[in-house]
Unconditional design. Structure first.
Length: 345
């Protein structure tokens, strides 16, 4: 039996089950009510500067916290036809950044094509990389490919110590991740004066909010350099969203109501004004349009009368669309907010 909720036949594999759980939360006021109190409801997009493409749920890892419920047994993958629709839509805009995520996005057969096409259009490309994918035999040339195309690597590394990282991501993952980081550094990624950008993403291992970004970044910088000779550009902290496998963990460990209360008590109007859905459009593996990767996993597509599929893309209609929100959004508005645009492989 695999680790995904789907393979375990866990009821929480269903998005509607998750939404009904989130809707019945006693630990916090409804999110929309809290936003209204802060004068922020309804929430509208301010434009699109990030075109996020989720190419599917297939991954070589099965991390405990995964908000995608990704894993090796997942078969959802974006086809070339849908990838072509994404590039067609992008070509009609001047959206500067393409953010490719999954699953392990690099394992989609169309990943390299998408990167090359976006680069031909002159767009900055980000790859949400789990690092261990760089160690897979058929991906031996992946790091060179990313460097050649000047792809920004946004790499998940929950912690700078093996025990905490392996507890969340699986046995031996920390060591392989460090090898991946060293490989990227050898190509110039994260090095001073290099234009190859390597950013790390840290998320808490348990049911608590992340530490202050500056403090944890300097710890990561010091420890990774000292023990492994690894350098990087920036470290982003993200709050674990109460959806999918992390939601299952919260419920199983009796932490669900307490965690929602913690998120709601940490509601920060400044973070709420800056949530990433306001400048992101997220495309699912089948081409459905969402406000963010989290809404995608909860099967909450764009609403309020705007196009819902990439084939009907219309920048004018989408730029200032109304955003679909629910109680999971408390994960984006707690404390300093999640600073990396949310989705991480
Ligand atoms: S979960 Fe998505 S829709 Fe909700 S606030 Fe965060 S980014 Fe916006």
């Amino acid at each position: 039996m695999g680790l995904t909720l789907l393979s375990r036949r866990d009821p929480l594999a269903s998005a509607s089950e998750q939404l009904s759980m989130l809707g019945a939360t006693r630990g916090c006021a409804p999110f929309d009510q809290r936003m209204a109190q802060a004068g922020l409801a309804p929430l509208y997009a301010t434009g699109i500067t990030v075109f996020q493409i989720n190419v599917g749920k297939f991954c070589n890892q099965s991390c405990r916290h995964c908000h995608v419920d990704a894993g090796p047994e997942r078969e959802e993958k974006m086809t070339r036809e849908t990838a072509q629709l994404c590039i067609d839509a992008l070509s009609k805009t001047d959206i500067p950044t393409v953010d490719i995520t999954g699953g392990a996005p690099e394992l989609n057969p169309n990943f390299r094509w998408l990167v090359e096409q976006a680069r031909v259009l002159g767009r900055h490309v980000m790859d949400r990389c789990n690092l261990t994918v760089l160690q897979l035999g058929p991906q031996a040339d992946l790091a060179e490919f990313l460097a050649r195309n000047q792809v920004e690597v946004v790499a998940s590394l929950p912690y700078f110590r093996p025990a905490q990282t392996d507890a969340q991501r699986g046995e031996g993952i920390f060591e392989k991740s460090i090898r991946g980081l060293q490989q990227l550094n050898q190509l110039g990624y994260g090095k001073p004066g290099s234009d190859l950008v390597l950013n790390l993403v840290h998320n808490p291992v348990g049911a608590f909010l992340p530490a202050k970004q500056e403090a944890i970044e300097s710890q990561f910088r010091r420890e990774l350099l000292k023990h492994y000779g690894v350098v990087f550009n920036n470290l982003y902290t993200i709050t674990n969203m109460p959806i999918s496998r992390f939601l299952a963990f919260l419920i199983d460990s009796g932490n669900y109501e307490g965690y929602m209360e913690r998120l709601a008590n940490a509601f920060n109007p400044a973070a709420a004004r800056g949530v990433m859905c306001r400048n992101t459009l997220s495309v699912g593996w089948e081409g459905t349009l969402y406000d963010c990767d989290f809404n995608q996993m909860l099967e909450l597509p764009l609403s309020y009368g705007v196009p819902r599929h990439i084939r009907d893309f219309d920048a004018q209609l989408l730029h200032h669309r109304r955003i679909v929100t629910a109680n999971h959004c408390y994960g984006c508005t707690a404390g300093a907010g999640s600073s990396c645009g949310g989705a991480v492989a």
